[in-house]
Every structure is written in C-alpha cells, then in structure tokens.
Design a protein around this ligand. Structure first.
Ligand code: GLU
Length: 300
C-alpha cells in the first residue's frame, strides 16, 4: 500500500515553528516511505479562515521545499461531500440535534476529566427527536474504549466519551465542524498517515469512531510534541510569532531553519544548515523525540 501523508493546517494565521515542524515530519515520513504527501487547507470554520492566509502558508511550505503532490484541497469547497456524510450518518441513526447553548455547555462541562482543556459533551440532548438538518447536530458515540497505536507514542487506549463526548458535526450557523471534515477528507484523499501536533491526540479516538461509522479505513497516527516558547508557553498561530518571515527578519536562513527542525526530529546530530531532502534518509519514528521542544534561545 502506498503511504499517503498529509499536512492539514487551518488558514487562520502564519505557520509557526511548531506547524512547520509538523509539516516537515509528515513530509519526511511520507518521503522516507516512498509515498505521496498532500496539503489540505482546513478552512471550514468560515469567519476565522482566510484564503490569503492559506496561500501564504503554502508559500512558506514551498520555501522549505514542501509542496503538495496533488492540487491543494480547500475544505470550504467540500460542502456536498460533508452533507452526504451527514445524510449517511442520519440514515444510520447516529445523529441527534443539540439545543445546548455555549453557556449551557460551560455549565454542564465535567471539567475535572478534561484533558488538554477538552470539555466532554455530557450528552444532554441525546434523547432529542430529529428535527431536520437545520439544527446543530451531534454524533452519537458508541460505548467503549478505542485501542489505537501511535507511531511515536506507541499503543494507546482511550474512552472518547470521557475525552470529547459526542462531537458536534454541524453547527447551527451552517458550518460543518472540524471532526466531520477531517474524517471525510482523510477518507476521500486515501490518507494512510496522519502526522499532527500532540494537542490533537485526545480527539483521535473520537475521530476513529466517526471513521468507523462512515465505513472509512483508519490511518496511522503520529502526534508530535509541541514547540514551546522559552518560558514554556504554547506558540500561537494567530500572533504570527516565529513564522518563516519573522525568523528571516532575524537573519535565520531557510537552510538554518531546516537544520534546526531536522535536528529536533532526530535526523541530525546537531543543527546544521541543510535542505529538506537531505533529511529523508535519516528520518525514522524511532529516532523522533516524544516530548515538547523549546525554541532556540537565539530565535526567541
Ligand atoms: N486543521 C487542524 C489544525 O490546524 C489540524 C487537523 C489535523 O491535522 O487533523 O489544527
């Protein structure tokens, strides 16, 4: 089976060092396996996403030597596919309308169990009768834990009800939700390998349950440690900090950046300037460190 890896950013800001590291890791993993690599723009969340930010992200990736092997798929153009998936889930009795407001959800959230700030939906609307497709819609998770394996973290067992609860697939404002779009498109694009940040590890079991309900194959997963600022805080995509342009303004060249990224992924003994393709032979999940990475002090 040909490996098909993907990088799927949301065009809500500049790709920061953590995003670039994830992009490179997914590219290296696909290339090292002799497979294909694709970029998908996850712009379903209408108001927060902008086409020009996505185009800028694609230019930054290209500057690193990372280009999609197929035309970039923009999720904002995929409404028909998402609608068809909702139809299928409804026919299978897996959707229910949710009338909870944001305020209700804040009150109901069983925060003590939350991982990564996730607040599992407690299922308050589970018994509501179907009212049509113009309501907020949730996916009814089946009971039980999900066993899955992470290329980097090893075997995992999660109870999606405890981590996310029934995920929202369609919003009252007419937007399709991330969990639906990601599952439908990984399936439609034949993705066999999902490499992404550790902040999404906790939603994987939920996404696996949704793939199963849609009859889609399960890709392999790898969740990379995040890149943190020197004080340990998370880098944010929207503040534009430490993207390619900010680093270039500090005099960091693209080969230097790639050298640091490659070193942080276990491909090099020390950060020395290189091209992305130079890293392919040395890439292997067994050599990628699991934990969080701090940005170099000189770049802070
Ligand atoms: N679009 C998501 C993000 O930018 C990533 C989705 C994924 O890799 O599954 O955070």
């Amino acid at each position: 089976m040909t490996t098909i890896g993907r990088f799927a950013p949301s065009p809500t800001g500049v790709l920061h060092l953590g995003n670039l590291r994830t992009a490179l890791a997914s590219w290296l993993s696909a290339r090292a396996a002799g497979g294909r690599w694709i970029v998908r723009m996850e712009d379903v969340d209408g108001p927060r996403c902008h086409r020009d930010l996505g185009e800028a992200q694609l230019r930054d990736l290209a500057a690193l030597g990372l280009e999609s092997d197929v035309p970039v798929l923009w999720q904002s153009e995929r409404a028909a596919a998402y609608r068809a998936a909702l139809d299928a889930l409804h026919t299978a009795g897996r959707l229910y309308p949710c009338a909870c407001s944001r305020k209700d959800l804040q009150k109901l959230a069983s925060a003590p169990h939350a991982e990564d700030g996730l607040r599992p939906y407690p299922g308050r609307c589970r018994e509501r009768v179907w009212e049509g497709f113009d309501r907020a819609l949730r996916f009814r998770l089946p009971e039980g834990e999900v066993a899955w394996s992470d290329c980097l973290l090893g075997p995992q067992t999660d109870d999606p009800a405890r981590l996310t609860g029934d995920p929202l697939l369609f919003r009252r404002d007419g937007c399709f939700a991330y969990h639906l779009a990601v599952g439908v498109d990984d399936g439609a694009q034949g993705v066999t390998e999902v490499v992404r940040g550790a902040d999404l590890r906790a939603v994987t079991a939920t996404q696996i349950r949704l793939q199963e309900a849609l009859g889609l194959p399960r890709p392999a997963y790898a969740h990379l440690g995040l890149v943190a600022a020197l004080d340990g805080s998370r880098l944010g995509k929207r503040d534009g900090a430490l993207g390619l342009a900010a680093l270039a303004a500090q005099g960091v060249t693209t080969p230097e950046l790639l050298g640091w990224l490659g070193w942080s992924l276990g491909c090099l003994d020390r950060p020395e300037p290189c091209a992305a393709r130079d890293l392919i032979p040395a890439f292997g999940w067994a050599r990628v460190p699991q934990g969080e990475v701090r940005i170099p002090a000189a770049w802070a």
